[in-house]
Design a protein around this ligand. Structure first.
Ligand SMILES: Cc1cc2nc3c(=O)[nH]c(=O)nc-3n(C[C@H](O)[C@H](O)[C@H](O)COP(=O)(O)O)c2cc1C
Length: 363
């Protein structure tokens, strides 16, 4: 069922959140003859107004001669639209704001603050002299929200979805190792698994299965069992007892504090069998490669949905223990434990080697 409601005199907090989380809007103005003018715009919001920069791209006219500016000086009544489109039509949404627009002068103190907000949201503006031009300011007097997803605008998730382009999602994803206690809605976990399901796999046989653990008692059982096994292994390595205790505690906390744990298991039952070990090993390697692809699909989907995730390789080193703790069949090989939730803080980003040093040959 679609959700639609009008907010006559203001913009609801969840609607401001939605506007703040999106990056592109469309601004409609009207000229003296009633002809509409529509342009895509970048913007920021501050909970009481919407601000749109007039950038210094080479334009034939000075910013004040732009049609949108001339229109709003004569007719301050404007419409401002932000929307979500997806091929899955159960995920459509838009916010339409009506408001009165004016120009915020560069001498105004607020102008400087808004320029900072704009540059934080769009780093591209760092290199542009937007601070010399006035800003368009829209003070809303009405807003209308609509979504095909029931509860979308009450759902905290709506504002968290990172509606970024593909490149920004790839670069934005990062390993998160500390989470807030907020639960992850099961519908979102389903969407992560759905993303993983579309990973490439050898012969299309999908040699992986998912185990989702959210129940605190089950996480505790898993964390305790894995911790004991790791303690045993670290002692074999000759690690000092205090280091063992610290590492065991940290790993245990990571599992207990993650709202959801997804154990990716290798599942080889449907793969080809070969009489020689070389080809058999290659077949297995392909399955492991495919599990990595499924994991990456899942991690990118999590980031796009406003979730954060981390990767723990520990199950690989204690697969019997994980199987026993979770009651899994022997044909499931636990390989990775992906912790999923909402980041407690933004982690430091791991740098990458320059691309040239990774390309061995390109001719
Ligand atoms: C196969 C694999 C195993 C990993 N195992 C762990 C792990 O056990 N613990 C951990 O904190 N991070 C683990 N990571 C995450 C990496 O440390 C992380 O991806 C890498 O440092 C790059 O940082 P980024 O993910 O923030 O970009 C693993 C990653 C991969 C691909």
């Amino acid at each position: 069922m679609a959700e639609s409601m009008s907010v006559p005199a203001s913009v609801a907090p969840s609607t401001w959140q939605y506007l703040a989380s999106r990056r592109l809007a469309h601004l409609a103005t009207v000229d003296d003859r009633g002809r509409p003018h529509l342009v895509p715009v970048c913007y920021v919001v501050d909970g009481s107004a919407i601000y749109i920069p007039l950038d210094e791209k080479p334009k034939r006219v000075s910013p004040l001669r732009l049609r949108r500016v001339r229109n709003l000086i004569d007719h301050p009544d404007v419409a401002f639209l932000v929307d979500d489109y997806a091929e899955d039509w159960s995920r459509l949404a838009y916010v339409l704001v009506r408001g009165l627009a004016d120009l915020l002068d560069p001498d105004d103190q607020r102008h400087r603050d808004v320029i900072t907000l704009l540059r934080e949201k769009y780093p591209q503006y760092e290199a542009m002299a937007i601070d010399r031009n006035p800003l368009i300011r829209i003070v809303p007097y009405a807003s209308h929200v609509w979504s095909s997803a029931p509860g979308f605008f009450d759902w905290r998730q709506a504002s968290l979805v990172r509606n970024l382009d593909f490149d920004a999602i790839i670069r934005g994803r990062r390993s998160v190792r500390a989470f807030r206690p907020d639960a992850v809605p099961p519908a979102l976990i389903q969407r992560l698994l759905e993303a993983a399901r579309w990973a490439p796999s050898p012969h299309g046989r999908m040699p992986w299965r998912f185990v989702v653990v959210t129940r605190p008692d089950l996480k505790l059982k898993l964390a305790d069992a894995m911790g004991d096994e790791w303690e045993r292994q670290l002692a074999l390595d000759g690690e000092a007892p205090e280091i063992i205790a610290r590492r065991k505690l940290r790993s245990r906390q990571r599992i207990l504090e993650a709202p959801a744990c997804i154990v990716l298991c290798l599942y080889l039952v449907d793969l080809d069998r070969y009489p020689d070990p070389v080809r058999q090993e290659a077949e297995r390697t392909m399955a492991v490669q495919s599990l990595g692809a499924a994991a990456q699909n899942l991690l990118l989907a999590a980031y796009q949905l406003g979730l954060d995730a981390g990767w723990m390789c520990a199950p690989l080193f204690c697969s019997d223990t994980v199987r026993a703790a979770l009651g899994l069949d022997s044909d499931l090989e636990p390989h990775a434990l992906l912790t999923v939730g909402y980041a407690a803080r933004d982690p430091v980003r791991r740098e990458r080697l320059p691309l040239e040093s990774l390309i061995v040959r390109f001719d």
